[in-house]
Design a protein around this ligand. Structure first.
Ligand code: UDP
Length: 326
């Protein structure tokens, strides 16, 4: 039997990283998880070896790269709390930007020439028009989005100078859980709408605070584009195949192209769970655009991405099964 190709997955013990490891294993790769476990969970590492380490630790990265000789890197490791990035920007620039630079330099020195990067719709900032296309101006409004945009810029420069080819995937709102309920979302602190709403349904939290109900949207609450984490994971596989086949560097949006309001999410969660979900009207959250909806036709056209779980009902149903399993 041929030995499996190793793929180094930084942040592979996190939410999207662990779902991608499952998809990698299913496709015949061996995912090697590299994670400092600050936010990741060792229980989420199920499909390959675990190597504890920080992306900023060049010596440790060298050791792991020499041990496994990965064919490519899928780079999820990052801090991702928008609010914290505003109050502690240094933490975001040091970890996300400098850490990614350390990875790129290690790739250059070890001759690894393929990387898939977790970028975000937060690189667009306040959108000029909806749905957002990849060519839309990128003007992030917080250090988190800025840190991700800086990494996209570094990827371009490392491609030009060192032939490190990359695909940056700009996620919209990742949600849902593994349909087999083996893994799911588990952030501490949790700030995302769907898991918080489901925690209220499960009786783990008293209520959900709706951040603003006076936006210029049909029901006054913010509209987002929710994408199932397994569909996101599938996109990483397609990106890996494309890089293996020699495709040039690219950036792709990843959303469903459909917007749902905070109220839509709460109503759907209430139907699925059969429970009443207490809501409280709260203040707008700083930096929240009224609408964020992505146009993902580019990745569908160029890489053949086809989401399988692209309805809000399935997204919330899988997340609810996971909440109940917790
Ligand atoms: N939201 C909310 N209450 C919460 C958490 C989130 O009303 O307790 C809203 C938030 O303002 C946004 C949407 O839900 O409009 C999705 O927020 P989330 O933090 O899940 O993702 P984001 O869009 O910020 O990446």
């Amino acid at each position: 039997m041929a030995t499996k190709k190793h793929i180094l997955v930084t942040g592979g013990a996190g939410y999207i990283g662990s779902h991608t490891c499952k998809a990698l294993a299913k496709a015949g790769y061996l995912p090697v998880v590299y994670d400092n476990l600050v936010y990741g969970h060792e229980w989420a590492v199920k499909w390959g070896p675990f190597e504890k380490g920080d992306i900023a630790n060049r010596d440790r990265l060298d050791e792991v790269i020499i041990k496994y000789r990965p064919a490519a890197i899928i780079h999820f490791a990052a801090y991702a709390y928008v609010g914290e990035s505003v109050t502690d920007p240094g933490k975001y620039y040091r970890n996300n930007v400098a850490g990614s630079l350390t990875i790129l330099e290690a790739m250059r020195d070890h001759g690894i020439d393929k990387i898939i990067f977790s970028s975000t719709c937060a690189t667009y900032g306040m959108p000029e028009s909806i749905p957002i296309l990849e060519v839309h101006p990128q003007n992030p409004v917080n250090p988190y989005g800025a840190s991700k945009l800086m990494i996209e810029r570094m990827l371009r420069d490392f491609d030009s100078a060192h032939n490190i080819r990359s695909i940056a995937l700009r996620y919209f709102n990742a949600a849902g859980a593994d349909p087999d309920t083996e893994i799911g979302e588990d952030h501490d602190p949790e700030t995302h709408l769907i898991p918080l709403v489901l925690d209220v349904a499960a009786g783990k939290r008293p209520e959900i605070i709706v951040f603003g109900n006076d936006y210029d949207t049909p029901d006054g609450t913010c509209i987002r584009d929710y994408i199932h984490v397994t569909d996101l994971a599938g996109a990483h596989l397609l990106a890996l195949d494309a890089l293996e086949q020699g495709t040039p560097r690219a950036e792709y949006n990843l959303g469903n192209g459909q917007g749902f309001s905070v109220k839509d999410v709460i109503d759907m969660a209430s139907i699925i769970t059969g429970r009443k979900i207490a809501t409280v009207a709260g203040q707008r959250r700083a930096g929240d655009p009224a609408r964020l909806v992505g146009d993902s036709r580019k990745i569908s056209k160029e890489l053949g991405w086809k989401p399988q779980y692209n309805d809000l009902e399935t997204i919330i149903k899988t997340a609810w099964k996971w909440t109940l399993k917790q």
